[in-house]
Design a protein around this ligand. Sequence first.
Ligand SMILES: *[C@@H]1O[C@H](CO)[C@@H](O)[C@H](O)[C@H]1NC(C)=O
Ligand SMILES: *[C@@H]1O[C@H](CO)[C@@H](O)[C@H](O)[C@H]1NC(C)=O
Ligand SMILES: *[C@@H]1O[C@H](CO)[C@@H](O)[C@H](O)[C@H]1NC(C)=O
Ligand SMILES: *[C@@H]1O[C@H](CO)[C@@H](O)[C@H](O)[C@H]1NC(C)=O
Length: 420
Amino acid sequence: MLLSYVLGLGLILFKHVGSVRVCMKFSDYFLDNGTNCWENTDADLNVTQIIKKWGFNAEEHYMRTEDGYRILMVRSYYKITKSTPIVIGHGIYMNSLGFVDIGNKSLTFILNKLGYDVWLLNFRGTRYSSEHFSLTIDDIDYWKFSFHEMGIYDLPVALDLVFKVTRQKSIYIGFSMGTTVSYVYSSIFPLKASSLLKGIISLAPIAYLNKIKSILKYGAPFWPMIKPSVYFIWKGKVLPRNDQMGKFCTKNPTQMYICESIKVPIFGDDFDQLDPLYRPVTNILNPDTIGINVVTHYDQIINTGKFQWISFGKKINHLLYGTPTPPLYRLSDIMVPISLFVGLNDWISTRKNAEQLCSELINTQCLIKYINHSKWNHGDFITARGIKPLLNDRVAFEINSMELQWESYSIKIPRSIVGI
Ligand SMILES: *[C@@H]1O[C@H](CO)[C@@H](O)[C@H](O)[C@H]1NC(C)=O
Ligand SMILES: *[C@@H]1O[C@H](CO)[C@@H](O)[C@H](O)[C@H]1NC(C)=O
Ligand SMILES: *[C@@H]1O[C@H](CO)[C@@H](O)[C@H](O)[C@H]1NC(C)=O
Ligand SMILES: *[C@@H]1O[C@H](CO)[C@@H](O)[C@H](O)[C@H]1NC(C)=O
């Protein structure tokens, strides 16, 4: 990742174009006469514009979190025939664009066509959620948050808004960091969570990170040493968005393969699922930045093997938490049913860590679904060529099962106990 960033920096500026050339097959990119190629204009649009371009309705809902961040949720819908709103939370280094930028294979549009009301959350610090009532993104203090704050501030305000507008309990779908956020939220506010959520669907779940295969495992012990320089160079961010990088990775299949190869040690390899038609667009649109404490917090989870609050060192921990080490997130307090989708070649969200997570969710139902493609890696959850049959259609099916289960459950139990 760092290498790719340096590569990107070294590139000369490409002329800014409002669209990107895409082709049906990788071989088509090398032909001048290709009728299998055209310009995809999504690359120059924002999330709302893309939703509208594909024929769906879009609404922008800005919210103010308790600690002063202004965050955006984008609602996408067509004909709403299903009662359960779907809230989607993105992963690290991305934003809600990742759920609308692969055309009709996008999870958002698949769910919209089935009649679901979809709400795309943009966590603090990302492209569309970068304002604060007193700080700007150039202030180091702006970036003093981890996924913990997304879980105790961003997600609650988002779920409250969806309930206020729809008067319905939602199903939350998270990817990667978006799953961590949901475990933070539903373990700290278990009653609130079960009053607002029928279920949680986790794509590439991340609570424990001690069994990862990714190269990050070997880098993790060194983060505390590198951190001060990163802090100095990027002023609270890690890897700021770099448009030149996206353009390099987009130009032709050779460069797309180079960029993919760089990610292999982090994500796992799966060249088979590289999507010739959408990879140029996703390479431009998906990358976003992240705050340094998110990286530090994940680093701590890798190093300690514990899913716990962020550590500030013994002294400050004592003041804040009353103990020398931070408290654990109490997974056993979670009462919302959870289904995990796990890739067998995902080097970050591994099968073993998913099983550990499930085994600790003792007060709710936890199911693990494995993706039926042996090379499925971490990035495939967002960009795989076969994402529709292999993942997104199954997610839609899982939503339906959760709704049915919730209905039969709430008939048996008086409404007053179920919640709102
Ligand atoms: C495009 O050009 C290639 C060779 O350059 C040729 O084999 C192919 O038939 C051409 N396709 C069309 C649609 O003209
Ligand atoms: C997207 O672009 C449109 C048109 O310029 C603008 O009205 C809208 O506010 C933008 N939305 C976001 C989230 O940037
Ligand atoms: C998606 O669009 C492609 C053309 O871009 C089309 O071939 C395919 O059938 C569409 N799939 C669905 C499920 O609508
Ligand atoms: C998984 O994929 C294989 C072929 O790739 C197929 O034979 C099998 O039926 C699939 N299993 C499920 C459960 O879809």
